[in-house]
Ligand binder design. Structure first.
Ligand SMILES: [Mn+2]
Length: 318
């Protein structure tokens, strides 16, 4: 046989999992909107922009390896449902105007608020963990939200270098919001971001700290049992919550993290118990990735969570 050599390369994807791109949100109506929030607030001018700000573009570029065809089945679900059954769009990136990160934060916060008002699942792609601050503020049209933080780090610092909403503070800021009534911190381990004062404060507030060590010893079941049995969940996923062997493409990596199936088990439990409001995915650092393993893993976790919630809200779940 003769193989015909194509003259052109396949087109480079320029959207998350090749979804339609809609950057004018005025008339946007969708089940879920995925959008980039490239910039966390830096602690020092020389830290800006950081490598995490390239993550939305890197995730889009990895799209053919995350999901080649929107009609493919996810074998784990064992039912005839695919991504194309739902209306999901790439809402573009939140712009950074005049180098003003506060403006960028405000726009990200408004994008989340707008999505919630329209009944769309907001899925924000950072950026560093500073992005989590405006994203959680944007949920303020809701009440009684249980925040599910997957992270190696506690992130309860009040401030660093005079900045109160950088990457060390998102859980502290979340704890001050009226609409956040519970916080579960899952995958916490080893050194980083918390001293005794922050740990005491988190416990006193009532945050439930689920150590990675305990999850490896006893599995995910005790974590799931400790979650509310119903209600509204918002997931903020700092990818360093996963083990570096699963997710090397990050910055503040810590050995002994969660594995792929731990996260899936958690996501399935959230969908079974209540409503998953949305997802915030932060701290991907493309420069540290190996063979796009982190991009593929993060992209597929994102799709898994979106699909679990949309299957449920569209009556396609068990
Ligand atoms: Mn972290």
């Amino acid at each position: 046989m003769t193989i015909k050599i194509p003259k052109t390369q396949p087109p480079t994807p320029n959207s998350f999992v090749s979804l339609p791109v809609i950057t004018d949100w005025k008339d946007l109506q969708a089940d879920a909107v995925i959008f980039g929030v490239p910039h966390g607030k830096p602690y020092l001018a020389g830290h800006f922009p950081n490598n995490q700000s390239t993550a939305p573009a890197a995730l889009r570029a990895a799209s053919p390896r995350i999901l080649l065809d929107g009609r493919s089945l996810d074998a784990d679900f064992q039912r005839a449902v695919c991504l194309d059954d739902f209306t999901i769009v790439d809402g573009g990136d939140i712009p950074l105007e005049r180098g003003d990160v506060q403006q960028h934060y405000d726009a990200a916060e408004n994008a989340v608020r707008f999505s919630v008002q329209r009944g769309m699942m907001p899925v924000s792609i950072g950026g560093d963990d500073g992005v989590t601050n405006p994203v959680i503020r944007g949920l303020d049209g809701l009440s009684d939200v249980t925040l599910i933080q997957i992270d190696a780090h506690l992130d309860w610092r009040d401030e660093r270098y005079g900045i109160h909403d950088g990457y060390s503070s998102p859980m502290r800021r979340a704890s001050e919001q009226d609409h956040i009534t519970a916080i579960h911190q899952i995958g916490i381990r080893s050194f980083g971001s918390a001293k005794q004062r922050e740990t005491d404060m988190a416990r006193r507030w009532g945050a439930k700290i689920h150590l990675a060590q305990d999850i490896h010893r006893h599995g995910m079941a005790p974590v799931i049992a400790a979650l509310p049995s119903s209600g509204k969940f918002f997931v903020t996923l700092d990818v360093d919550g996963l083990d570096p062997s699963v997710m090397p493409g990050t910055v503040a990596l810590a050995p002994g993290g969660l594995m792929w199936w731990h996260i899936i088990e958690l996501f399935e439990a959230l969908a079974a118990k209540g409503q998953i409001l949305g997802l915030n995915l932060v701290e991907l650092a493309p420069k540290n990735d190996l063979n796009q393993v982190s991009m593929i893993g993060a992209g597929r976790l994102m799709l898994k969570l979106i699909m679990l919630q949309l299957m449920k809200s569209h009556g396609k779940a068990n």
